[in-house]
Design a binder for this molecule. Structure first.
Ligand SMILES: *Cc1c(COP(=O)(O)O)cnc(C)c1O
Length: 456
């Protein structure tokens, strides 16, 4: 243990900030399975992906041997506007819980978009600009990714076209206006702008949309419009690569004060913040240099790791994207409505899926009302009003700290606080009014959805 006093917030100096992203796949013994072409069932090639993604991002996506990718200077400049992000010691929470555990959280909510998603959005926008493209298309569910991408695109003067799940478009007008403030155009999905949208509307005129459907629309728009490509805010290897900035900073901050983490916790939707946070720690674990407990937290309503199957599946409902091998609930699985929109994806990053399958990390699922209880407790004692997604990690950090209280162990717990919840006050309202429900799918529901997995 260091005898330096540990500050309430650990910041890195500008010159201590990471200059390269870390690609965990390079050190994995069992590599994540490759994306497959849905018609040939063969691994996707660079050429096949060229019409969909930006060239440099395809290189990053397919590379599982290069450990470090230098961060371009333009991106480092942008990162400096809101990074390094603080690693905060939750002294007050520890005191309130009366636990011998030491709790730290890495706070990624200190930018206007309100979450870690900006770390990858700015990288993706940069590579699109460098390639001379006019713009990018994407989908957004709850709106965090769309907000981050619109900020990134306005910085590099790129056109940004967002398909927003119709129900969110109507229920989250403030998210929509953030995107429009940064110059993005926002279309409720399904729309009449694309063939796939028109088809869906013809068969389901009353539909309020889904993430899978918005993805199909955004991909179609990108592949049929000159000078446009499609970008995605989670799940993909390239996104985990960019998000490694979170873990690298966390590791550097801990090392600076000779602090050694015992337990690392993060919420998992598509897996990008968790994949980024754990990257340098998992490297040590794989190499046998240090043993960390690493815990993914998912909602009980969308439990891909804890109750899904490790198999090849479609990434979208329209079944036009490549197949990915992942823990999945089936691409037709529509999670019951819950208030953590960023955690409602049916699958999980193929990198995290492989690590989980290899027994290198654990996963737990938590109920929505327990999550909001933890969120409120955290807000009242630590000040930050957390996003519902992030609060999944808070809930399990508190649980682990309380276990330490029972056993008297002085464990060091680090968790990712991915964002703020200012646009989620309707959800907090439901919780306060006692109207929040816990949806937990039955085995039958999950099994029925899994029956529809593609055969490989
Ligand atoms: C999108 C989002 C998540 C989940 O996405 P991952 O790719 O799993 O990290 C978590 N927290 C916040 C605040 C988000 O916006």
């Amino acid at each position: 243990m260091s005898n330096k006093t540990i500050p309430y917030k650990i910041y890195l100096e500008e010159n201590e900030m990471p200059k390269a992203w870390y690609n965990l796949r390079a050190d994995m013994k069992n590599k994540p399975a490759p994306l497959l072409n849905p018609s040939t069932k063969q691994p996707m090639t660079k050429d096949e992906l060229k019409g969909v993604f930006c060239d440099e991002l395809i290189t990053q996506e397919l590379d599982d041997t290069t450990p470090y990718f230098e961060i371009p200077k333009e991106i480092l400049e942008f990162y400096k506007m809101y990074r390094p992000s603080p690693l905060v010691r939750a002294y007050r929470l520890e005191e309130k819980l009366n636990t011998p555990a030491k709790i730290y959280y890495k706070f990624e909510g200190n930018n206007t978009s309100g979450s870690h998603k900006l770390n990858s959005a700015i990288a993706q926008a940069y590579y699109a600009k460098k390639q001379g493209l006019k713009g990018v298309t994407t989908e957004t569910g709850a709106g965090q990714w769309g907000s981050a991408l619109s900020m990134a695109c306005s910085y590099f003067d790129l056109d940004c076209k967002v398909y927003m799940v119709k129900v969110s478009y109507e229920q989250k007008p403030f998210r929509r206006e953030v995107m429009r403030t940064y110059g993005a155009s926002v279309t409720p999905s399904p729309s009449t702008e694309t063939e796939v949208g028109r088809k869906i509307l013809a068969t389901h005129p009353q539909t309020t949309g889904s993430l899978g459907c918005a993805i199909s629309e955004a991909v179609e728009k990108a592949t049929t419009t000159e000078g446009y490509r499609y970008v995605l805010g989670s799940v993909l290897n390239q996104v985990l690569l960019h998000q490694s900035i979170i873990g690298l900073e966390t590791k550097a901050a801990l090392d600076k004060y000779s602090i050694i983490a015992d337990i690392i916790i993060g919420c998992a939707g598509g897996g990008s913040n968790l994949g980024g946070l754990i990257a340098p720690f998992m490297k040590e674990k794989i190499k046998g240099e240090r043993n960390y407990r690493i815990i993914a937290v998912e909602p009980a309503s969308c439990p891909s790791l804890t109750r899904g199957k490790y198999a090849y599946d479609f990434c979208d409902t329209g079944m036009i994207c490549p197949l990915a091998k992942m823990y999945t609930l089936g691409s037709n699985y529509i999670p019951a409505p819950n208030h953590a929109g960023g955690l409602r994806y049916h699958g999980m990053s193929s990198t995290l899926s492989q690590l989980y399958d290899d027994g290198l990390m654990e996963a737990v699922s938590v109920k929505q009302t327990d999550v909001f209880k933890a969120a409120e407790e955290f807000a009242r004692i630590e000040g930050i009003l957390p996003a519902p997604e992030s609060s999944h990690a808070i809930k399990v950090a508190i649980d682990e700290a309380l276990k330490c209280k029972e056993t008297g162990e002085e464990k060091t717990i680090v968790f990712g606080l991915t964002g703020t919840g200012y646009f989620d006050m309707a959800a907090y309202g439901k919780y306060h009014d006692g109207l929040m429900e816990n949806y937990i799918p039955s085995d039958e529901e999950i099994n029925n959805s899994l029956l529809q997995l593609p055969t490989i």
